[in-house]
Design a protein around this ligand. Structure first.
Ligand code: P53
Length: 488
């Protein structure tokens, strides 16, 4: 048994963290282009211009003051501008992926490369031509592109002029963008995902919204759900063979004890952090618990009369999800917490943590797969997984990332169990940042995930030279054996 024939082995990236070339080829600015670098102790910031013209910056999760807009300050370093420069290295990089044996590669299209402002009717030909070259290179090595249509960025124009996804018009702009790329790449790309980690979006960077309150966020999300459902329907008309998925950050959590109060706490957390998003996109309607919450909190979602029908007819073909770690839910108020990813979570006494405080839990991946499979019976794809760690380049140039190999091997072993013992239908595995790229959370380069090292530091210094880590040869062997040989 084991992994099925034709299983998709690859790696995953995103334009705002990898592509660079931010002002080339007619590309417009995205919200992600005005966010600074940072590190574990210094959060990333957004440069903004106030209504009176003053330049300042705010924490990435803060609200923008009235009338303020994102602003590109020539004296500030923004990691997305060059990132690790896929724009000028795609041939070299894809060749290396092919050498590792990839038969798939997850990447995102930069929306503003195709529609520089976001509201144009006609796409930017130069942008389209760039991705033609990328996909053609992939296909020449029999690498199947897996494309995220929107990964943590919004055209800056739409954010500043329309308040991003809070404005209904953005649904049409997004669908127009999908129409352009679906038609152009209909014979090159089969696998799509509408929005990256839809359950983690909020504020200016990822929603293009100035405000961050529940009312604004849920209204924006409603627009995204509708846009995604429209994209699914449109895509299937353009090419019935398209597989169009959703993408959720699977924030797995366990109740701390068998105390029923912890159990209910965990159910609430799971609904809030992930199930709500999957329920809408996989079942095609809002779940009762969320409607009850809206009622209780006085949140009113403005819908068009045909929205419910669009949602119902635009459910996704598969679920792509990221899985890095698990967390613990507790009803205790005095619990000790760790940084564990999105939310601060209760420390687990059973798990070790990464250097960035993310608990490491390979069995949790199998549990996550089971939960998703049991709830939806839709094919799954693990489109992100991996260990963010500091790497050391030895005097001879080698990089011995045994810790990364251990992490990946343990997670692949659990995926295999889930296929063999649970009968879960898993289509593919694309570990995050197969080549080093900028961290979304901290904006630094030091937090590396790759099997390919890129010479670049937190401030953008470096020659961008690519080199293989120890995990490169290891992953190559894993793929060659279709997941059977995980030995070091
Ligand atoms: P970084 C938070 C929690 C879970 C996933 O994250 C997250 C984030 C955002 O930081 O993002 C996904 O780079 C995301 C990628 C991101 C990756 O996980 O903070 O889809 O863009 O880079 C890893 O270590």
């Amino acid at each position: 048994m084991g992994f099925p024939q034709g299983f998709l082995w690859g790696g995953a990236t995103a334009a705002n963290q990898y592509e660079g070339g931010y002002n080339e080829g007619g590309r417009g600015l995205a919200t992600s282009d005005v966010i600074t670098d940072g590190n574990m102790n210094t959060p990333r910031r957004i440069t903004i211009k106030l209504k009176d013209g003053t330049l300042t910056s705010i924490n990435r999760f803060e609200e923008l003051p009235d009338g303020a807009v994102g602003y590109l300050d020539p004296d500030t370093y923004y990691p997305s501008h060059v990132a690790t420069d896929f724009y000028h290295h795609y041939e070299e990089d894809i060749k290396l992926f092919a050498e590792m044996g990839f038969n798939s590669f997850r990447m995102s299209i930069s929306w503003t490369r195709i529609f520089p402002r976001g509201d144009e009717e006609q796409p930017n030909e130069e942008g389209l031509a760039f991705y033609d070259k990328v996909f053609d290179t992939c296909l020449s090595y029999n690498i199947e592109p897996i494309v995220t249509i929107c990964h943590f960025d919004v055209p800056k124009f739409l954010a500043d002029e329309m308040d991003g996804w809070s404005d209904r018009r953005v649904v049409d702009y997004y669908v127009n963008y999908c129409d352009a790329i679906f038609k152009r790449y209909k014979n090159k790309v089969k696998y799509w995902m509408t929005f990256n980690e839809i359950n983690l979006l909020n504020g200016y960077t990822t929603l293009g919204c100035r405000k961050t309150d529940d009312q604004t966020r849920y209204q924006a999300l409603h627009h995204m759900f509708v846009a995604s459902a429209q994209a699914v329907q449109l895509g299937h008309v353009i090419n019935p063979d398209f597989e169009i998925g959703m993408m959720v950050a699977y924030i797995l959590s366990y109740p701390e004890t068998c105390n029923p109060a912890d159990q209910q706490e965990d159910i609430d957390a799971a609904r809030n952090l992930k199930h709500f998003f999957c329920d809408v996109q996989c079942r095609g309607y809002y779940p009762s618990y969320k409607l009850a919450e809206f009622e209780r909190k006085g949140i009113v979602i403005k819908k068009e009369p045909y929205d419910d029908e669009i949602l119902f007819n635009g459910t996704v073909d598969y679920i792509g999800f990221s899985y890095y770690n698990s967390g613990v839910s507790t009803s205790r108020k005095d619990a000790e917490t760790t940084d564990g990813n999105v939310a601060r979570v209760v420390k687990s006494k059973y798990l070790k943590e990464s250097e960035w405080g993310w608990p490491i839990d390979p069995m949790g991946l199998r549990i996550a797969m089971n939960q998703l499979w049991d709830r939806y019976q839709l094919p799954l794809m693990v489109v992100e997984n991996g260990l963010g760690a500091k790497d050391t380049v030895e005097a001879d140039g080698s990089i011995n990332d045994d810790y990364r190999i251990d992490y990946l091997a343990d997670h692949i072993a659990e995926m295999k169990k889930s296929i063999e013992l649970d009968g879960v239908e898993l289509w593919g595995y694309t570990p995050w940042g197969c080549i080093d790229l900028v961290s979304a959370g901290t904006g630094e380069m030091t937090k590396r995930y790759g099997m390919i090292y890129v010479d670049m530091d937190d401030k953008g210094n470096g020659n961008l030279k690519r080199s293989k880590k120890k995990s490169f040869d290891w992953y190559k062997k894993v793929i060659l054996s279709n997941g059977e040989d995980l030995s070091k």
